[in-house]
Design a protein around this ligand. Structure first.
Ligand SMILES: [Ca+2]
Length: 329
């Protein structure tokens, strides 16, 4: 479910233009958490769809040689004043309710919408869809619908945990364990709004890099690989030959910061894509305080604003990691 965003979608199918509210339950950013039976599977890209995703493979190549730029402290973007090492300062006025209007969707989504329309028109049940709402281009600028913006000032890890250049992000970790890791070093999980603002900036960008989807800039749109074996949490999985082999087959993570263009207006990397990130949803009670933000490497939304909120606090999955936030001095 998407909170705090009104996404208007103009779709073209079979020569007919129609509008559709896109705040429907498009939960494609979530891979199946192994501890959750309620989670729908992620987008099921077919062999034909994989042809659309070649750019995602190319992005890996683009990232390979680019890690130095994202790790060289002399050229790193953003401010760090008032923040612990390897964190950036996020400061400004946050818009809680934003209008982001999609002008052009991905072909896979358009085909699926056309299929659903055909079913509806025929009076048939639409059924469950596993296709993500991927938007290729948004109208610029985004529009703030809130009467007042909220001043924010905090620090966020520059990279996904473990927040070390050259390392791949942690995965197969639950929200509860991620929270503990942050608290062990005097930090905390980011809130949903903090992630939004760190990712979008004051311009409320749909993607950290702007209004047009670009798999060359962030680790997104890689071909979907279906999970076939049960996975355990990371430490146990590494000791289990079957789980280890399965996760190695599924794994398409890149080392953090290896795509220098995948940077937010405040200088945090990989907020879109690579690994989905656990955040805390305020005012929720256990076990529902857990949200996932930003999307992962698969063919999913991969944007700043949507939150996947149906994974419980003890759930874990191969696309779920985190980063930490902290109060600024
Ligand atoms: Ca990420």
């Amino acid at each position: 479910m998407i909170r705090g965003v009104v996404a208007l979608c103009i779709l073209t199918a079979a020569g007919v233009v129609y509008a559709s509210a896109c705040s429907s339950k498009q939960e494609g950013d979530a891979a199946p958490s192994d501890a959750s039976s309620a989670a729908p599977p992620p987008s099921t890209a077919t062999a034909a769809d994989a042809g659309d995703l070649d750019a995602g493979d190319g992005a890996a190549d683009a990232g390979d040689g680019a890690g130095d730029a994202a790790s060289d402290a002399s050229v790193l973007p953003g401010k760090t004043e008032g923040c612990p090492p390897n964190m950036v300062l996020v400061e400004g006025d946050y818009c809680p309710e934003v209008l982001q209007k999609c002008l052009e969707h991905h072909e896979e989504f358009k085909k699926d919408e056309a299929r659903k329309k055909k079913k509806r028109d025929a009076g048939e049940a639409v059924g469950k869809s596993t296709v993500s709402e991927r938007c290729l281009k948004y109208e610029a600028p985004s529009v703030c619908l809130s009467k007042e913006r909220r001043p924010m000032r905090f620090c966020i890890d520059r990279y996904e945990w473990p927040n070390e250049v050259g390392e791949k992000p942690m995965f197969l970790i639950s929200w509860v364990d991620a929270k503990k890791e942050c608290e062990k070093i005097g930090k905390r999980l980011c809130t949903e709004a903090e992630f939004n603002f760190a990712c979008e900036g004051e311009d409320m960008l749909p993607y950290t890099y702007g209004y047009e989807r670009d798999p060359q800039k962030c680790s997104i749109d890689r071909p979907y690989r279906k999970r076939e074996k049960k996975l355990f949490k990371y430490a146990r999985c590494m000791k289990d030959p079957v789980c280890k082999a399965e996760i190695e087959r599924l794994d398409q993570r890149l080392p953090v910061g290896s795509m220098p263009a995948c940077v937010s207006p405040f200088g945090a990397f990989d907020l879109n894509g690579n690994i989905n990130e656990w955040v805390e949803i305020p005012k929720k009670e256990p076990p529902n305080r857990s949200g996932l933000k930003g999307g992962w490497w698969g063919p999913v939304r991969g944007r700043c604003r949507p939150t996947v909120d149906f994974h419980k606090e003890e759930d874990y999955g191969y696309e779920e990691g985190f980063r930490c936030c902290a109060n600024a001095r």
